[in-house]
Design a protein around this ligand. Structure first.
Ligand code: HEM
Length: 416
């Protein structure tokens, strides 16, 4: 159904307490989604070698492991730092991508926006304007937004100055930046292109992408720790692909079909939310079975029960890391069952016209992070040096599911 009848963005912003998390700016237009679809996704393959350079540096800084002993690191925190570094490189480019102030501002914004949402949701709408004045998380959201604008607005102004100078002088040393901020600047209309609005949208995009991707990558890492029998076949697949391409190149990730399947299985059983496909009714609707939905009704799908229903997935509670790989081997099925493929039975990224536009970027980021972990390190859950163990319990808040942020994983450099 079209957006003016049944809106995805309105539902998601309402669920995110748009006014208080400041995400309601997304209702002003589709610049961010349009830029992901027309600029980011078509370039994904060419981002792979750059992502590898970012990871070489990030691993040296974030995971100083040794060959002869293990170090224990909170896994979610580690993955968050790696994913933040990748996103920052592609979203804001040099030199801001290595600026600790930007990285920590984006993380603080996301964390406090989530806390604000979880807290405010329990109050009726009429009480929220007053309650929000008394919750520090909400003040921190506004302060992170102001700081992000202070950091990003001068870059936008400077880039526009340089572009204007180039038009006049045709100076051959000018290089147009090639990152998400620049693509949004190129695509924006007059209103969306105001520097403080571009900075605001960039920050929200970081919110939409970094935590979700980090949670999925951490869940994949926990499943690898709990099912170490998958480590050897996955390493074999990755090593072959990297050797064939002589490093991580544009094509390498498409060869990682077993890893893609393992990620999808991990997400199937540990999705970021038990409910999804959130929609808000904007015009009164009567469904084909006669159900009447008045204007402003919110509806959502039970996405976890759907993927754990035996009618849809055989033996649904069993973790089968190569389930989707094997499905893809069936005639005519090779392009389905991928991590980023949505269907009416796999709604973790939504489905249809308004499904998550960033899921292909997320898939590549997770593959790069997990492949590097598998190739560089031996690892297991802290205190479980041998044998298979239970994966750590997830943390649940309302319908949201988070990997336990306290869980530590022990890492050692591989003896290769
Ligand atoms: C594993 C990681 C991710 C998960 C699980 C996820 C999940 C979702 C879901 C469930 C939706 C709502 C879809 C619907 O309403 O039906 C969504 C929307 C969205 N996602 Fe993602 N996402 C992820 C990564 C990303 C990344 C990396 C980006 C940015 C590059 C991104 C950008 C967006 C945007 C902009 C929207 C809103 C689209 C709109 O305005 O209609 N997401 N995502």
């Amino acid at each position: 159904m079209p957006d003016h009848k049944l809106s995805s963005i309105q539902a998601n912003i309402d669920n995110f307490e748009g006014l208080y998390s400041t995400t309601s700016i997304l209702l002003e237009g589709h610049l961010h989604t349009h830029t992901i679809q027309t600029r980011l996704t078509p370039r994904l393959a060419s981002l792979v070698p750059v992502t590898q350079i970012v990871l070489d540096r990030a691993f040296a800084n974030e995971l100083p492991a040794k060959k002869d002993s293990y170090i224990d690191i909170p896994a979610f925190h580690l993955v968050l730092r790696l994913v933040s570094a990748i996103s920052a490189r592609h979203f804001v480019g040099h030199p801001m991508c290595e600026d600790e102030e930007w990285l920590s501002t984006a993380l603080k914004y996301t964390e406090n926006a989530f806390r604000t949402i979880i807290f405010l949701r329990i109050f009726p709408d009429w009480a929220k304007p007053v309650v929000s004045l008394f919750i520090p998380y909400s003040w921190k959201v506004s302060s992170a937004l102001r700081k992000a604008q202070r950091l990003i607005v001068p870059i936008i102004i400077q880039r526009r100055k340089e572009a204007a100078t180039f038009l006049l002088t045709k100076d051959s040393s000018y290089r147009k930046p090639d990152d998400f901020l620049q693509w949004m600047m190129d695509e924006a209309n007059e209103r969306d292109g105001l520097p403080h609005k571009l900075a605001h949208r960039l920050l929200i995009l970081t919110l939409a992408s970094v935590h979700t991707t980090s949670m999925a990558a951490t869940q994949t890492l926990f499943d690898l720790c709990a099912k170490p029998e998958y480590i050897a076949p996955l390493r074999e697949e990755i090593t072959k692909a990297v050797q064939k391409d002589d490093g991580f190149t544009k094509q390498t990730l498409t060869h990682l079909r077993k890893l893609d399947s393992f990620m999808r299985e991990s997400q199937r059983l540990n999705p970021p939310s038990l409910l999804g496909f959130k929609r808000c009714v904007r015009e009164p609707l009567t469904l084909s079975d006669g159900t009447f939905l008045p204007k402003n009704t919110h509806l959502m799908m039970p996405v976890y029960p759907i993927v754990t229903d035996a009618a849809n997935v055989p033996n649904p509670m069993r973790f089968d890391g190569f389930r989707h790989y094997n499905n893809r081997l069936q005639p005519g099925e090779s392009n389905r069952h991928q991590f980023a493929t949505t269907s009416d039975q796999n709604l973790h990224f939504g489905h249809g016209k308004f499904s998550c536009p960033g899921r292909f970027f997320a898939a590549n980021t997770i593959k790069m992070v997990i492949s590097n972990l598998l190739l560089r390190y031996d690892f297991h859950l802290e205190g479980s040096a041998t044998g298979s163990v239970e994966r750590p319990e997830n943390v649940r808040l309302h319908e949201y599911v988070f990997p336990n942020p306290e869980t530590k994983v022990s890492f050692r450099l591989r003896q290769v």
